[in-house]
Ligand binder design. Structure first.
Ligand code: PEP
Ligand code: MN
Length: 352
């Protein structure tokens, strides 16, 4: 690990993939130092994370070691040259983290949902030159995520990053917090200045999905990772199922295929495909516009004959038909459904 790594420099020039790792919770001096020692052998890991105050669902669970753990973080920083990072949820956490020389803070998914809490944190950070990462809120709401980033920006913080850690979902998924890639993509579109990294540990909730999820994140242009590690994950007090050993992390990082944003070679082939896509998109837009005009005529007819705008039987059969046709064309069923739901909603709105 290069000793001169400085997160502030990374924010200015985020060329290199940022790898943050360390235990879910700081449990003991031995546990933190053993884990940090393992991580110090991985050149790519620059920031040591460790939860000092843990937001737990039920109150009887381990809620973090508290202030004492910060002294161990400081020791790990001095011994191995890491930058250190912890979660803050209330101003008192900020005060203590600063007192013990923590370099980077993150605001957790449960805190980001509450603008009052985020504002209090922002107020307590006013005038500090510290780097802060904002995890996505547990609900897939890009505005709430954006709002938290704006609150931190408005007190003068300049090194603000975002962490995609997946979202709660009522649907059954193999993930603990299912990734919704379009949300970080939208955040990046709205705020190209904000670097987004991916917390694959809290997305997956298990070790088995980590590798493929990390690769997927790279394909979506992630600028780095947060991955939980423990020298002995089985005995971890929190998130035992998803933590990996530093050695497994080293192997996983080596297996990743790092993708570039720009092609080095001649881009003619790619540009020709893009031209074709642009033409097809044009056609699609023209067709949608044509469809909406017909839909408006149908709306007039319905008004004249006093029939309801929403015709459930017709909608059901349209959707079923399109899904079947889509299936035959090798299209993703969920996507076809979503596309037509949006088109149908727009048609209905026009007829109201
Ligand atoms: C964590 O990183 O340990 C954590 C609690 O994360 P999240 O806020 O994403 O649940
Ligand atoms: Mn955790």
């Amino acid at each position: 690990m290069s000793e001169s790594f400085d997160i502030k420099k990374w924010f200015k020039n985020p060329e290199e993939l940022l790898v943050i790792s360390g235990p879910c919770s700081v449990e003991s001096r031995e546990q933190l130092l053993a884990t940090a020692e393992g991580l110090s052998k991985i050149e790519k890991v620059k920031v040591l994370r460790g939860g000092i105050w843990k937001p737990r669902t039920r109150p009887e669970a381990f809620e973090g070691i508290g202030e004492e753990g910060l002294t161990w973080m400081q020791e790990a920083k001095e011994r191995f040259g890491f930058q250190t990072m912890t979660e803050v949820a209330v101003p008192e956490h900020v005060e203590l983290a600063l007192k013990y020389g923590i370099d980077v803070l993150w605001i957790g998914a449960r805190t980001v949902v509450n603008p009052f809490s985020v504002q209090e944190l922002a107020n307590s950070l006013k005038g500090c030159d510290i780097s802060v990462f904002v995890k996505n809120p547990i609900a897939p709401d890009v505005k709430l995520w954006l709002g938290a980033i704006e609150r931190l920006g408005s007190v003068g913080l300049t090194n603000i990053g975002a962490i995609h850690r997946g979202f709660s979902s009522t649907e059954e998924t193999p993930y603990r917090n299912a990734p919704v890639w379009k949300i970080p993509v939208e955040l990046k579109r709205l705020r190209p200045d904000i670097q987004i990294i991916t917390d694959v540990s809290h997305i997956c909730g298990c070790r088995e999905l980590l590798q493929e999820t990390a690769q997927k994140a790279l394909d979506f242009g992630t600028k780095g990772f947060m991955i939980e590690t423990h020298y002995n994950p089985e005995i971890a007090l929190t998130d035992a199922n998803q933590q990996i050993t530093p050695e497994s992390l080293r192997k996983a990082l080596n297996k990743l295929i790092i993708k570039k944003v720009k092609v080095d070679a001649d881009e003619t082939i790619l540009n020709n495909y893009r031209k074709e896509i642009d033409e097809i998109d044009d056609e699609l837009l023209n067709l949608i516009s044509k469809r909406m005009k017909i839909s408006e005529k149908i709306g007039e007819f319905k008004k004249e004959h006093k029939v309801t705008v929403l015709q459930m039987d017709r909608w059901k059969s349209v959707l079923e038909n399109h899904i079947n046709k889509g299936n035959n064309l090798g299209l993703n069923e969920e996507s076809v459904k979503e596309i037509f739901e949006i088109i149908h909603k727009d048609s209905i709105d026009r007829q109201m």
